[in-house]
Design a protein around this ligand. Structure first.
Ligand code: HQG
Length: 194
């Protein structure tokens, strides 16, 4: 036990748990998100301290290090509260301000999802929104979570927004959107040629 306490905190693991709490299952951690998705940092820390022997002394500073050293900007910390910027699967949507997206955004996915995406377009599936990336490299990285050979779709985001699809900002690299019909998607050539 002592050893576990002395071990440095694994910030990636910590972030995964924080994401689970703030995006998906707050009740499991005794937390309740407010209308805008925030929880008091103190409440989150109390839940984390009980969760893992290595986190018994976890402090706000650790959350700050977790955020500063992460590969992505996943959380926002302000006035003693913290929330996830995107990724939520909770049934109640957080209020977000609509925004005009760039001309093109990207979506990285697995080849096995392509037939369905061709038919139905991009759907939020288990999350509140479809998640899109501002650049190809980020989209590829998103797709690589599911497959070694991800497919990156080009999304004509501005055009979709002009046709009534709602877009919202997640962070600097991530945009959120409602379902996107296939007509606004550009599939890679090898997938579209006969
Ligand atoms: C696919 C991570 C069948 C979609 C990432 C994706 C992201 C369809 C999967 C964020 C479909 C949903 C979200 C359709 C979409 N038929 N499959 N009609 N429409 N799909 O995890 O975008 O690291 O919910 O292509 O980096 O992969 O956790 O969404 O493969 O930003 O911070 O259904 O989560 O961020 O999967 O990832 P997900 P996502 P973090």
């Amino acid at each position: 036990m002592r050893q576990a306490e002395e071990r440095p905190i694994d910030y990636v693991k910590l972030s995964r748990t924080v994401a689970h709490a703030l995006r998906h299952q707050p009740a499991l951690y005794g937390l309740e998100l407010d209308e805008e998705g925030w929880v008091p940092v103190a409440a989150l820390l109390a839940a984390l301290r009980q969760r893992h022997p290595g986190w018994r002394k976890v402090r706000q500073e650790d959350l700050e290090i977790m955020m500063a050293t992460a590969d992505k900007q996943r959380y926002e910390l302000r006035d003693g509260k913290i929330r996830a910027l995107y990724g939520h699967s909770l049934p109640r949507r957080l209020p977000r301000e609509e925004a005009i997206p760039p001309q093109i955004l990207y979506h990285g996915t697995s080849p096995t999802a392509l037939p369905a995406i061709r038919r139905e377009g991009l759907r939020p599936m288990r999350r509140q929104y479809v998640h899109l990336s501002t650049d190809i490299a980020t989209a590829r990285q998103v797709g690589r979570r599911r497959t070694r050979q991800p497919v990156v779709l080009e999304v004509r985001a501005r055009e979709a927004s002009e046709h009534g699809v709602h877009f919202y900002r997640g962070n600097d690299q991530v945009w959120l959107a409602d379902a996107i019909p296939p007509t606004f998607l550009c599939f890679p050539p090898e997938q579209t040629s006969q």
